[in-house]
Design a binder for this molecule. Structure first.
Ligand code: ATP
Ligand code: SF4
Ligand code: MG
Length: 357
């Protein structure tokens, strides 16, 4: 990995769960993010993938300071930004920008495209002298493949793909080093998704950007990602280089997700068995004890309910000289070729019980 720009350690976000309107009483917590660690290298892309509600957006919001973590640290070039405030925080925030999921609702319909793209200069006036902003906005439109003359138009005059280009142009206005893109193509037609991903790819090499690229689906992040983190119920359960994750997944959850990724080659498709997980994702207010995936895991044994597996290189993997940067949070992690790991049955493990998780 290149020199780290972001180092996230023990990141937690719990939302209090309250009852009563007059006498609000805390009765529990939504453990939206429950101990996330990762490192993002300069100019590289980390893909974060997981099902709805696993905490992806909450991680994204903490990275750009839209949410304050309950615990943990986020280091930008060595400095913990969760401890900064005032001017120091503002200076760091310039370098970490966000691109949102829905280009239909994230752009203010009453503002011109030029004002939307130039809005970050209102918040950070030091970034560009007033007289230079119009020129910069036109340049940004050009950089994302739109006609600079569009600056006077309004968002409704654009297609979804074009609006996402506008969102990306705004994200670039302050020349950040890191862009956190929360499902930037999920709301777009499949035919347009590739164009936006290709644009992000080009911008990355042009400006040396590092991306945290969030998606539901492993197939979308593959093209861009150098490394991938797979999230389940508030935690990263497996992380490694894209080749390791896509070709030698060791966590049962990643194996199940990959078995659902479409394969264009019909012969490969025939050979592949789909892993269908039983049950639903447990609620983040009632996280299973031990391994949080155990209620849906076909390999679950007694130990899984008693002991939470750490995200680490499996011992056998290390002994066999496997890559050191492929971590899996599973007591029984094993590399199985994708499609050969179908469970004979899905064994439900009874009862959740809040354990140390
Ligand atoms: N402000 C909040 N108060 C209480 N619970 C919240 C809040 N924001 C998010 N949550 C809960 O935290 C969990 C994680 O939400 P989050 O939006 O991060 O998931 P996600 O992975 O981005 O999902 P999706 O793929 O649907 O966007 C969910 O159970 C959600 O309901
Ligand atoms: S620790 Fe146990 S329950 Fe969790 S993924 Fe591994 S085998 Fe499944
Ligand atoms: Mg989300």
């Amino acid at each position: 990995m290149t020199e780290p720009v972001l180092e996230v350690s023990g990141l937690v976000k719990h939302y209090p769960l309250t009852r009563g309107v007059v006498f609000r009483k805390q009765v529990g917590a939504v453990r939206a993010v429950d101990g996330v660690d990762f490192t993002l290298g300069r100019g590289e892309t980390l893909g974060i993938v997981g099902e709805s509600g696993c905490g992806k957006s909450t991680v994204a919001k903490m990275l750009v300071n839209l949410e304050r973590p309950t615990a943990g640290s986020i280091r930008y070039k060595g400095e913990d930004i969760t401890r900064l405030s005032g001017r120091a925080l503002k200076a760091v925030r310039r370098n970490i920008q966000m691109v949102f999921q829905d280009p239909y609702t994230s752009l203010n319909p009453r503002m011109t495209v030029g004002d939307i793209i130039g809005e970050p200069y209102e918040i950070h006036p030091e970034a560009a002298p007033k007289g230079d902003r119009r020129r910069r906005v036109r340049e940004l439109l050009d950089v994302v493949g739109l006609d600079p003359e569009y600056a006077n138009r309004y968002p409704h005059q654009f297609s979804g793909g074009q609006r996402q280009r506008i969102g990306i142009a705004r994200g670039l206005a302050l020349r950040p080093e890191v862009i956190v893109a929360d499902e930037p193509v999920s709301a777009l037609d499949v035919s347009v998704q590739a164009q936006v991903v290709n644009l992000m790819d080009r911008l990355q090499s042009e400006f040396g950007l590092a991306y945290v690229f969030i998606a539901h689906d492993l197939s979308i992040v593959r093209h861009l990602s150098d490394r991938v983190g797979v999230m389940y119920l508030g935690r990263i359960v497996e992380t490694g280089t894209d080749t390791e994750i896509y070709e030698h997944p060791t966590h049962p959850y990643t194996q199940a997700l990959l078995s659902a990724v479409p394969v264009p080659d019909p012969r490969a498709r025939e050979r592949r068995e789909r892993i269908i997980l039983g049950g639903d994702v447990p609620s983040p207010t009632d996280v299973p004890s031990g391994c949080r995936f155990r209620t849906r895991c076909w390999k679950a044994r007694e130990r899984c309910a008693l002991e939470a597996p750490a995200l680490a290189v499996p011992a056998w993997f290390e002994a066999s000289g496997g890559p050191a940067a492929h971590d899996s949070a599973c007591h029984f992690a094993e590399a199985v070729p994708v499609g050969r790991s179908a469970p004979e049955q899905v064994v439900p493990v009874e009862g959740h019980g809040n354990g140390p998780g």
